[in-house]
Design a protein around this ligand. Structure first.
Ligand code: UDP
Length: 238
């Protein structure tokens, strides 16, 4: 067993309980996608590419009154220590679904009837918290594709490690900690769009965990904004 926290409250990767991992985000990294983003969230490395709005195939999936959103979350075989089978796993199907549902409240697709917006997510390297980091990149890629949005979606996990509520669970903490709670949040609208919980928390720990996660999302939001500003509000057009 790894010691997840030392006597000074410092975590196994050197962070304090309320500290995020280092995050860097780059917007517009793929020339063939309508919108894209690359995120490094600690040791996670994730690409998101958006296509659309474009015609829906198969056609029977089309909605006459609105565009639809589709998401595919995929982990590369080399993204984890044990080679991952490239075929979609149950876990990837579940994560694709929750990512789609976390983005849906933010996107405005009513002006694009009979079309689809596709979000493709490729996890190149995973280290715990990939669904949150993937959501952060996907949300930025949607903006980059020019999809109208009510708000950005910012995501970050909180959890319980060594009996303490901590921000942004890494892989070791995810495997050996007591609880993991991924949260996605629309910071300007103040609405949660994803909340999952793996583990057991008391009612007061639960409240603290939600608040810690939301605080983390607000920090992530500032970095997402900065990444967009860097692309769209500098003189250097890419
Ligand atoms: N993981 C792995 N192999 C897999 C799936 C996941 O090693 O086939 C690792 C990976 O580092 C991932 C972590 O387990 O980030 C936690 O996975 P979880 O299902 O909790 O989702 P996540 O925290 O990445 O959103």
């Amino acid at each position: 067993m790894t010691q997840l926290m030392n006597e000074n409250g410092i975590r196994c990767d050197g962070r304090r309980v309320d500290q995020l991992r280092n995050i860097s985000i780059k917007v517009g990294v793929l020339k063939n996608a309508d919108g894209s983003a690359y995120i490094e969230f600690g040791k996670n490395k994730i690409l998101a590419g958006v296509f659309g709005p474009r015609d829906v195939h198969p056609k029977h999936m089309a909605n006459q009154d609105s565009g639809i959103l589709r998401c595919r979350y995929h982990m590369s075989p080399f993204s984890v220590t044990e080679r991952k089978n490239p075929a979609p796993s149950r876990r990837e199907i579940e994560i694709s679904k929750v990512i789609k549902e976390a983005l849906l409240p933010a996107v405005i697709l009513k002006d694009f009837p009979r079309t689809v917006v596709d979000v493709f997510i490729e996890v190149l390297q995973a280290d715990g918290g990939t669904r949150c980091a993937a959501l952060d990149a996907a949300s930025i890629a949607l903006v980059d594709a020019g999809i109208p949005m009510r708000d950005l979606v910012s995501a970050c996990a909180a959890g319980k490690v060594a009996d303490q509520i901590v921000l942004d669970i890494n892989n070791e903490e995810d495997q050996e900690g007591q609880a993991d709670m991924p949260i996605a949040y629309m910071p300007n609208l103040g609405k949660i769009t994803l909340m999952q919980l793996d583990g057991i928390l008391s009612p007061s720990e639960y409240k603290k965990c939600v608040q810690t996660g939301i605080n983390g999302c607000k920090l992530v939001y500032e970095m997402q904004r900065k990444a967009l500003m860097d692309k769209y509000f500098t003189n250097e057009i890419q």
